[in-house]
Each structure stands twice: as C-alpha cells, then as structure tokens.
Design a protein around this ligand. Structure first.
Ligand code: GRF
Length: 221
C-alpha cells in the first residue's frame, strides 16, 4: 500500500464533511492521514469532531489579527507546519489570500454548494430556487485567487423538488456533499490530479468537464 496522503482540513462550522473524511479513513476507504484540522472559529463543532478522532487541532481567530494579510501569513505557516499533501477547505468561511494560496497552489481544494460556475459566494440554495433551476448540487474546485472560481474537479447533482425551500435543499444536498468530498479526496490518493492554466488534469489527461459523482459513490474517472 502506498503511503497515506497527508490531508489538512480547514473548517469554520459543523464539520460534517470533515466527519465524512474521518469516517472514510477509519473504515479503510481512504488511504489518508488527517494531519491537522484548523479553524478560524474557536467554537466550531468541527474541532470537537477532530479531537474525538485524536487529530491535532489549531485555532487561528481572524478577529485577533490586525488585517487580512497578517492572518493569512499566520495561517499559511500553520498549515505548512503539518506538511500536508492536500489542503481541504470544508466549510471554511474565509477568503483565501495570496499568502496562503502561493505555497499551496494546486494542493488546495474547496467544497462549494452549487454547480459552479453558477452561484459563487453565499446563499446558493435560495439563488437556485429563485432562478427556477431544476437541478442543484455541489462542486469541488482547486482554490485560486478568484472566489469560488478555480478549476472544477468534481460535482454532484441533485434534482430540485417543487416543494423545496432553501433549508430543505441544503439538507438533501449535505449527504451528497459528504460523498463528493470522500470521492474527490480518494481521487487524490489514487491518481495524479493537477491544475494548469485553468484546467484539471487527471493522470495527465485534461478533463473535458467536471467529474460526476455516481450512484456507487465514486467519480466517473
Ligand atoms: C457545506 O455545505 C459546504 O458546501 C459549504 O459549507 C458547508 C460545510 O458544512 N462550503 P460542514 O461544516 O462540513 O458541516
């Protein structure tokens, strides 16, 4: 078995996607070591989930820094201290500045609850409903300087129901996001995944479109 992929996970809230990674690691599905969980929110439930799984945690509260750049520099050092192969932003509610991006370019991915390029930013569920979309979903993309704008690696699609409200749609999407996160991290453990000039390459082949999560919980690589 190849060496476990070292994964750092950044969270700001509940950390249910972190939990999905922990569970997949514990069940043997994922050959990863979650080396570090970092939060900008001291009370984030995700930190407790990490502690329960004996994963080292750190809190770096952005409110305690003079400006965004100072926070970003400290966060970059903190992430680098764990020497991760991959950094997963799973509900990390901070914009990633150049001080963080530069050292981890091509090694940092973000989970976003929309079918990018639709609905960057917040409030994605309501925006999809307001637009009358028949489908919604989640995307995982490489992080770039553009908010929610980096090359998309993988997506999961769910139908929008007539009686859906934003909360209902979010609740139905959440378990699919968990599967998407696990499948995408698995891709990094089993394939060479790279981004170059706004495109995603898997084992050297450019993706024509984002990979799709299949019913069996794997991506259509
Ligand atoms: C997810 O819906 C994700 O798409 C968004 O934040 C949420 C994180 O949930 N970026 P959790 O903290 O993993 O439970």
């Amino acid at each position: 078995m190849t060496e476990a992929l070292r994964v750092a996970v950044l969270v700001s809230g509940s950390g249910s996607n972190l939990q999905a990674l922990i569970d997949a690691r514990q069940s043997g599905r994922l050959n990863i070591e979650i080396s570090h969980v970092i939060s900008n929110v001291a009370t984030a439930r995700g930190l407790q989930r990490a502690e329960q799984a004996a994963i080292p945690t750190s809190v770096l509260e952005h409110v305690k820094f003079a400006d965004r750049e100072a926070f970003d520099r400290s966060l970059a050092l903190l992430i680098a201290a764990g020497s991760p192969d991959l950094v997963v932003l799973a509900g990390f509610m901070r914009i990633i500045g150049p001080a963080i991006l530069t050292p981890f370019h091509g090694r940092m991915i973000n989970l976003h609850p929309s079918l990018l390029p639709l609905y960057r930013g917040t409030n994605t569920y309501q925006r999809a409903l307001d637009a009358g979309d028949s489908q919604h979903g989640a995307s995982i993309h490489f992080v770039t300087e553009e908010l929610d704008g980096g090359p998309v690696i993988a997506q999961v699609v769910i139908p929008v129901r007539e009686d859906d409200d934003a909360a209902g749609l979010a609740a139905r999407l959440a378990p699919m996001e968990h599967r998407l996160v696990v499948a995408t991290v698995e891709l990094f453990t089993t394939h060479r995944v790279e981004s170059s000039e706004g495109q995603v390459y898997v084992d050297g082949t450019m993706l024509e479109r984002p990979l799709r999560l299949q019913a069996d919980g794997r991506l259509d690589v």
